[in-house]
Design a binder for this molecule. Sequence first.
Ligand code: AMP
Ligand code: MG
Length: 348
Amino acid sequence: MKFLTVTQESLEMGANILKEGGLIAFPTETVYGLGADAFNPLALAKIFDVKKRPHFDPLIIHIAFINSLENVADFSLINKETRKTVFLLAENFWPGPLSIVLPKNERIPGIATAGLSTAAIRFPDNEAAQKLISLSGTAVAAPSANLFSSLSPTRAEHVRDSLGEKIDMILDGGPARIGVESTVLDITGDKIKILRPGGTPREAIENLIGPVDGSCIIEQGAEKFTSPGQMKSHYAPKTPLYVLKSDDIIRRPYDDTSVFLFFDGLTRNAWRDAQTKTQMLPDAVKVLSESGHMSEAASCLFETLHELDNLNVSRIFAQEAPQTGLGEAINDRLKRGAEKNQNMNHSL
Ligand code: AMP
Ligand code: MG
């Protein structure tokens, strides 16, 4: 496996790997992607293999020009009005963290879309990703470059630690700017629907095209599936994670087998003031954003969870974010990451 920083030479090498049916991990503004040629079924099969991803979980297809949409989608299957909406969304949010679900072009193999007749398509806002895709001359199917259901990779090192030698190349473009995956928006049904909250906030979409239907809101123990692959337990650290509302985390006493992840500095201060124990493990307390700044919090969410996960403690307690803007995506990831421990949550 080659681990290279982004240069013209490494991008060309990466593009050749794609053309030859290999796998390359590359930076995007959301998280690192594991890319393969979206038209090559054998290459696509390797993605599922390496990630141990179930075949019912469809991949997102990445393009580097709005014009390439015609190669991966089939516009003859949608009406004029919907077509207008797609281009309005594309013009306003692309390149960027929005994946649009459209009828798929018949040239896209079924393995890419888990047998669905639709495909989620995105134009990423990262120069290296755009150059790589455009040099490869194809569209690139890319899920996150990690093992299925584990924490998403926001740095090249995260990819190396989880997939390492199983792939052909890792292109290091530094930390991901946004840090949570794209918003998945389905325009193929009667109503436009957010299938997964992500880097493009619901409010921004609604300002442009009016109200859209909800994503699945994950409440304790109950969830409606709105999209294949929207597993209840996902994005999970190895260390059991518990998500608590601000008031509850403030009341949670410190113990040296646990670490605490706060959304903002104010809540951390309130929690610290309530503690009787003052001796704490170094790194036992982290804050996503001191000032409670939403995009800063999103950008370091997975990175901080990776760090906490490596401390070998028994539990991570995380504070729920306010449910606005990117907070919807942050809470979605935290709750899916905590899902495995849901039964125990009740007894906390
Ligand atoms: P990721 O694992 O970040 O690549 O995101 C892929 C997710 O996008 C899948 O797990 C699905 O939830 C969603 N997705 C991808 N393609 C489709 C599709 N054709 N229809 C509905 N959801 C999709
Ligand atoms: Mg993923």
